[in-house]
Design a protein around this ligand. Structure first.
Ligand SMILES: Cc1cc2nc3c(=O)[nH]c(=O)nc-3n(C[C@H](O)[C@H](O)[C@H](O)COP(=O)(O)OP(=O)(O)OC[C@H]3O[C@@H](n4cnc5c(N)ncnc54)[C@H](O)[C@@H]3O)c2cc1C
Ligand code: FES
Ligand code: FES
Length: 1359
């Protein structure tokens, strides 16, 4: 060390409290430190890798040079505690609470209905809170940017944005939403009356009460802004003066922390860093930890020595000179961005070409939390193949200054700088000190390009930096520099291509000659890692083309060339629309005469929303550690099909902290679970049939020890032949789970005979990861007496978990109590899979006689627990010239994975819904669950319906494309009309479906917009708009009769407070809130007197799963029944004392020995499906909806934006419109993910690549439709469910397909420009890759396509 005093003592503050730490393990990140050590469980674990934002906290530091405090939102999961010296951390608990005072950011997200399961809510709150600390009156753009790094799987984000929009300056006007003027004539602003300025309404008037019942401009509102807590900076914690003094004193010492495996040194001078690096050249320099952190966590790379120069001033200097700016390599992306923005404001525009190109990339690089810590130097030196900055820095002639014992040198960031994956010209002992960004010269232009799987917070698929310098006053190219990212192991230059253009005038000719050179130069082999080969190659061409257009426009502007850019090309250079317009939610009012106290039918905030927003809500892993508790970590198969020859646990058992290893032999009872009549092993004993199958489990004193133990278990396998991954392979090998299903209506062969045309086609629909924000979590606590077990877990089906655990342990069910407080999202993925995990955890608890906790890492969860089934749909259809479909013969093959799970039920449900809204007289459906060597797939919201209906709608779309007519006309022509029978002979009346259809057409002014879109498409060559109107008819209920029953237990306590227990699990869908509303109506008391604590198998036994959109229907009736009983029992007392109050009735009842506890029961509908006869009544009723979406597509990148969505839903009389609209928006957004974004990728040997938010993209804030209108159909009734309501949890998911079909519509317009017409292959998800390639532009068509079969692709097609 360089003479400074060495110490390993940290001083920092958390929520205003001083923390002094001496012996921190460098591997400890702030998130587990807060959650486990400090018991601040508000920040959540969602991914551990900076990709979800659930762990967001605010980090504040005092800066001596500016004498100010800087506040940043950061991901606690990637922040090493060792770096906290001198910092103040604020968590969600530190800003407000329900016990003291809420903070407005907490209150507004809750009251705007922006919190469903609530798991993402603390992270959202903290991102927004930090924004407000820095900018108390943000713009809408600020808000969307601040929330770009926060994922939510439940809400669809619209309510979160609406809640936070209220902080915008003069939030009273909708204009403030960042929208273009509502009156600007913008074609998507259909209804100018939406603008508050135009219709004279006075926004901001409302209540903030628990129950919203306000009317605004004749419309009821979901969320009112009156009485909201004002933003009050005095409520904020002040930055600790002690830390200011500490920082100002300048008294700093080198700090060293030694952990179990890592030594961490935090030096304070550059000399010291140089010295350390010379002695430890292999040691990483860690500042942001956004790369190294992931390596350690996810790749298991151990760095025994780490140098963290966060306090070395030389690395943070930003220095301007007339030649350019030198930016310290340690500066975070946010600091770099601010510095460049400053320069762009102050320097002449023509000097800031590189600055602006960098700013463009910085605006899209990761989310705010990552940008606040990830450093410039780290980005450069990490040398990611798809770093966003490197191509621009390289093209922009930037230079890197490095230092080592050997001295200082400046390295040009040119084509020689990047030498391979993760490698640059830097020597191992060199430290990057600064980056020099030159001012641009006369005639020089720099541009940046980027395409990513999601518009924001996603690593680029391909990016580029391009620079050109024209010869004085001419269009002749003097210099040209082109660099790409994402097309090789590192940033690559295209110098040959540049040479082709240099010396020639900028024009078509030079460009046309350059394309083939570029294709030769940037070669991607067909099996290149990352796949998407044709797309990536197309992007290299398309970016060059965009650059060409931009420069052509520039030269024309400068008067250097006369031929201006063609009119229809101009929009190719513009960004996609991004301005929000006010969204609108319409619902029916309660019936006249309904008492004000009765909350049924009124919007009411989720009953836990405030607890969720303050971080007080308790999820499974928030429960405190119990005495002697162990952590369980699973060992999973690395082989897709193999015999297990040996499991060697000796090395694992020898590791510190490891207590035991659990194998199948330890299971005292049944070693398997039976689903759909087929056994599924809990832990594989002799054979594994997929990668990710659970083989054994290690229990240890801590999570890291358990993980290391699991990694040390050695399993010897003998590979088995006959691998089956795809449905085609399964079909060929007849590898199916029985039964195969078939159903037919009419006579299909006759239908084909009478048709004018026959058409055949197929569509592949990819699977979908549930991506519930809370991963599978459980805690099993042995009571220690008579085999009793208390199980706290996150499941939709507690009774199944209870029974299964009992069978596994060979004890009666009455010894096992399952408790579910709340679930952080489930979507079907927390039924069977959770049950198996709970059984394994229970065996560990039983064997060790200690409490055992299991919380899956995101990657494990994605690997082990399966997903939505990928489906291949093959169809043959007959149709008439007018568009009527006479016959359809459809086959569905679902990739079930290695075990049956619920797959046979899913493929059956597919056949019950494949008619959707259409009365096709002759139709046959056949479905099969394919048995493959992939992880077993399971239930997911919609249970097969979203897949089967996409096939149906594709059929309709094909007919429309064949006939050259809008798809909605073909849909309308084929719809059910009048009293009808489904293909399984269930009678129903489609009237409300048709009403939704008509109303959606009217609300979305489809006719006029079709005209506008045609015009737009005519005038724009590479931007296209598309529109689609899609209906749904969705059956509610279980076709297995016994699953429709429910029970409840209601207690009234002597003080009048009521405790409701029922069988439904709260997973964000708001079932507890609705049950509270039911009890409130039946007992005629305010909801504030009613509490629901948890779902508990000993309170309400033998429950059915919370699934199939049926939870409220069934449990609501049971709660109603119990409350009616109780209310009736009170009748004599009520008669004697009609005025009450309630509390006096209850007191009297107790004294008169009237039981104040009652059970309720609902037998449910006797639904059935007779597959032999092919008829039945499998549903209680249908929920109907129609959705119209319009998108704008950039044909050159495949990026798109949904510019408007209108949805009309018939959900009867909604019990709680805010919750139901939340379900509609959330499901729709999940559907948009399914059909346009989310891709599960498997390697050719069956390994799941996509194991976290880094690789698997779910919709984010940037995917919210710019205008998102929901209308609940008025004047509807439903005699089949409680209070005339309808189930709505699942149906809207399919309507996300309206975005898919709108995209297809836009692609069809692009294809028409390319001279192509008729049906075309367009599989789901319609990712940018698929959309761009399907547009078949002249450039895309240049990309040579490798012959299938001639190479091994990087990933396999699962459906
Ligand atoms: C969720 C997420 C999203 C992301 N999205 C994007 C994106 O969209 N675009 C993009 O370009 N990048 C993206 N990144 C990558 C991110 O920008 C880089 O990880 C980051 O810039 C690395 O900086 P760091 O300070 O965190 O590096 P660290 O993890 O601290 O270090 C990384 C490596 O760089 C070396 N290093 C760091 N500083 C120096 C130095 N001064 N001298 C010598 N060596 C040094 C270290 O030795 C180490 O090997 C993303 C990362 C995450 C986690
Ligand atoms: S848990 Fe930290 S970002 Fe996901
Ligand atoms: S409320 Fe956002 S993840 Fe559930």
């Amino acid at each position: 060390m360089s003479g400074n005093q060495e110490s390993g003592c940290l001083t920092f503050y958390v929520n205003g409290k001083k923390v002094t730490e001496r012996d921190v393990d460098p591997e400890t990140m702030l998130l587990p430190y807060l959650r486990k050590r400090m018991r601040l469980t508000g920040a959540k674990y969602g991914c551990g890798g900076g990709g979800c934002g659930a762990c967001t906290v605010m980090l504040s530091r005092y800066q001596v040079h500016s004498r100010s405090v800087v506040h940043c939102a950061v991901n606690a999961c990637l922040l090493p505690v060792c770096q906290l010296h001198g910092a103040a951390v604020t968590t969600v608990e530190g800003i407000g609470s329900t016990k003291t005072k809420l903070h407005p950011v907490q209150e507004r997200i809750a009251k705007a209905h922006g919190s469903q399961c609530g798991f993402c809510t603390p992270g959202m709150v903290m991102s927004m809170y930090t924004l407000l600390r820095n900018k108390p009156q943000p713009t809408m753009e600020d808000i969307t940017e601040a929330l770009a790094g926060n994922l939510c799987r439940c809400t669809g984000y619209r309510p979160i944005l609406d809640g936070y929009k209220t902080f915008c300056e003069s939030s009273n006007c909708c204009q403030n939403s960042g929208a273009k003027s509502c009156s600007s004539g913008n074609s998507i602003s259909e209804n100018n009356s939406n603008c508050c300025q135009q219709n004279g309404k006075e926004p901001g008037r409302a209540n903030g009460n628990e129950v919203t019942d306000d009317v605004e401009n004749g419309h009821l509102k979901l969320f009112n802004t009156d009485n909201l807590l004002p933003l009050d900076p005095t409520q904020d914690l002040i930055f600790p003066p002690e830390l200011i003094r500490m920082t100002e004193s300048g008294l700093q010492a080198t700090q060293t922390f030694r952990g179990e495996r890592i030594t961490w040194v935090s030096p304070i001078s550059l000399d010291e860093v140089v010295d350390l690096k010379s002695r430890h050249p292999e040691a990483p320099i860690v500042i942001g930890n956004t790369n190294i952190g992931l390596d350690i966590k996810f790749k298991g790379i151990l760095h025994p020595f780490i140098i963290s120069p966060t306090r070395v001033p030389d690395l943070f200097v930003v220095k301007n000179t007339p030649q350019g700016v030198s930016v310290g390599a340690g500066c975070s992306m946010s600091v770099v961005r601010a510095a460049l923005e400053d320069l762009v404001r102050t320097l002449p525009l023509d000097q800031t070409e590189v600055h602006r190109a960098l700013l463009q990339q910085l605006g899209n690089l990761a989310g705010q939390q990552i940008r606040n810590v990830a450093t410039l130097g780290g980005n450069i030196v990490s040398a990611y193949p798809n770093s966003d900055l490197n191509p621009v820095l390289a093209a922009g002639n930037c230079r890197l200054t490095v230092v080592s014992k050997g001295g200082r040198r400046e390295i040009p960031m040119n084509k020689d700088f990047f030498v391979g994956f993760g490698k640059t010209l830097l020597n191992p002992d060199e430290i990057a000190v600064s980056v020099f960004i030159p001012v641009s010269r006369k005639g020089e232009f720099v541009r940046a390009f980027r395409q990513a799987p999601r518009k924001e917070n996603a690593l680029a698929t391909v990016n580029a930096g391009m620079r050109v310098r024209f010869h004085d006053g001419s269009s002749v190219v003097d210099e040209l520099s082109i660099f790409y990212g994402g097309v090789g192991p590192c940033t690559v230059g295209a110098s040959k291509t540049c040479q082709q253009i240099i010396g020639r005038p900028w024009g078509e000719k030079a460009l046309t000659a350059a394309y083939p050179v570029l294709l030769e130069e940037i070669l991607l082999p067909p099996s290149a890692p990352g796949g998407k080969v044709a797309f990536r190659r197309a992007l290299t061409l398309n970016f060059l083309f965009k650059f060409f257009l931009q420069m052509q426009q520039k030269l024309a502007e400068m008067g250097i060339i006369t031929d201006d850019l063609q009119q229809d090309m101009r929009s190719s250079l513009e960004a996609l629309p991004n301005d929000f317009l006010p969204s609108y939610q319409e619902f029916q009012d309660v019936l006249e005469g309904q008492p004000g106290q009765d909350p049924v039918g009124r919007p009411m905030m989720h009953r836990s929303a405030l607890s969720q927003a303050t971080g007080e809500a308790v999820y499974c892993d928030d429960m405190p550690k119990t005495e002697g508790e162990l952590f369980l970590s699973l060992v999973t198969s690395t082989k897709a099909h193999a015999k297990i020859l040996n499991i060697d646990v000796s090395a694992a058992l020898a590791l510190p902290g490891v207590v035991d290893v659990i194998t199948a032999r330890d299971i005292p009872g049944k070693k398997f679970r039976m689903f759909c009549g087929m056994n599924e092993e809990l832990l594989a004993e002799k054979e594994v049939t997929c990668v990710g199958q659970m083989v054994c489990a290690v229990v240890a004193d801590t999570k890291p020890h358990a993980k290391r133990g699991a990694a040390a278990v050695k399993i010897t396998y003998e590979d088995q032949p006959e691998l089956v991954f795809t449905v085609e392979e399964a079909i060929e090998k007849k590898s199916f789970f029985e039964p195969l299903r078939e159903i037919e209506r009419g006579n299909v062969s006759e239908g084909f005979k009478m048709a004018d045309h026959i058409h055949e086609g197929e569509i592949r629909i990819g699977g979908q990861e549930h991506f519930y924000m809370e991963t599978q979590s459980m805690l099993v606590i042995p009571v220690g007496e008579e085999g009793e077990m208390n199980v706290y877990l996150s499941t939709q089906h507690p009774a199944m978990a209870q029974d299964s655990i009992a069978e596994t342990l060979d004890i009666p069910s009455n010894r096992v109590t399952c408790h579910i407080k709340r679930i952080g999202g489930a979507f079907g993925g927390k039924v069977t899979k959770t049950t198996i995990l709970a059984c394994i955890t229970a065996v560990a608890a039983w064997k060790t006689e200690r409490s055992v906790r299991l919380v899956l890492e995101r990657g494990e969860d994605m690997l082990i627990t399966g997903a939505r089934h990928p489906v291949l749909g093959q169809y043959k259809i007959g149709y008439m010239k007018d568009g009527r479909i006479t016959a359809a013969d459809v086959k569905y093959y679902a990739n079930a994975g290695n075990t049956a799970d619920e797959s046979p039920l899913i493929v059956a449900k597919i056949l019950l819904h494949f008619d959707n809204a259409y009365n096709i007289p002759n139709m046959r459906g056949r479905s099969a669950a394919c048995k493959t060597n992939l992880p077993s797939n399971t239930a997911f919201r919609g249970f097969g319906v979203p897949q089967c209906m996409l096939v149906t709608e594709s059929i309709i779309n094909d007919v429309a494309l064949k006939l050259g007519r809008p798809a909605e006309e073909i849909r309308e022509l084929n719809m059910y009309r009048g009293p009808s029978l489904t293909h399984y002979k269930m009678p129903f009346d489609p009237e409300n479906m048709l009403r939704c259809w008509e109303e959606c057409k009217r609300r979305s002014s489809i006719q006029r917009r079709r005209g506008d879109i045609a015009q737009f498409n005519q005038h724009n060559r590479f931007k296209k708009r598309g529109l689609a109107l899609v209906p749904i008819k969705y059956g509610i209920g279980f076709d297995i009769a016994f699953l429709n029953q429910a029970a409840a237990l209601v207690h009234i306590f002597q003080d009048g407070s009521v405790l409701v227990n029922h069988g439904g699990a709260e997973m964000g869908q708001g079932i507890h809130t609705k049950m509270q509303q039911v009890a409130s109506r039946e007992l005629r008391i305010p909801t504030s007197l009613i509490h629901i604590s948890e779902t508990n198998t000993h309170m309400v036994p033998n429950t059915c799963p919370s699934a199939a959109s049926f939870g409220t229907d069934a449990n609501g009736m049971a709660v109603k029944d119990a409350c009616e009983t109780l209310y009736k029992r009170l009748e004599p007392i009520r008669k004697r004392n009609p005025e009450g109050p309630w509390q006096s009735w209850i007191k009297a009842a107790f004294l008169e020995k009237i039981s104040l506890s009652a059970t309720g029961y609902y037998r449910g509908h006797d639904l059935y499906m007779d597959w032999e006869k092919q008829e039945g009544q499998p549903y209680a009723y249908f929920t109907y909806g129609v959705c119209c979406c319009e998108v704008e597509l950039d044909c050159l990148t495949g990026d798109y934006r949904t510019i408007r969505t209108d949805m009309v839903f018939d959900i009867g009389r909604s019990i709680n419109p805010s919750i139901d609209i939340g379900q509609i928006e959330g499901a729709f957004t999940q559907g948009v993910g399914l059909y346009t974004m989310e891709e599960l990728k498997f390697s050719p040997s069956g390994v799941l690549y996509t194991r976290g938010p880094g690789q698997y993209k779910i919709p984010a804030v940037c995917d919210v439709p710019l205008q998102f209108n929901i209308y609940l159909l008025r004047g509807t009734q439903n005699p089949h469910a409680i209070y005339s309501s309808k189930g709505i949890g699942e149906p809207a998911l399919f309507l996300g397909s309206s975005v898919f079909f709108a995209l297809k519509d836009a692609v069809a317009a692009a294809r028409s420009d390319a001279g192509l017409s008729g049906p075309f292959e367009f599989h789901s998800p319609a990712t940018p890759e698929r959309a761009c390639l399907a547009c078949a532009s002249h450039l895309t068509q240049m990309v040579p396509i490798s012959k299938p079969g001639s190479f091994q692709p990087w990933a396999i097609e699962t459906p």
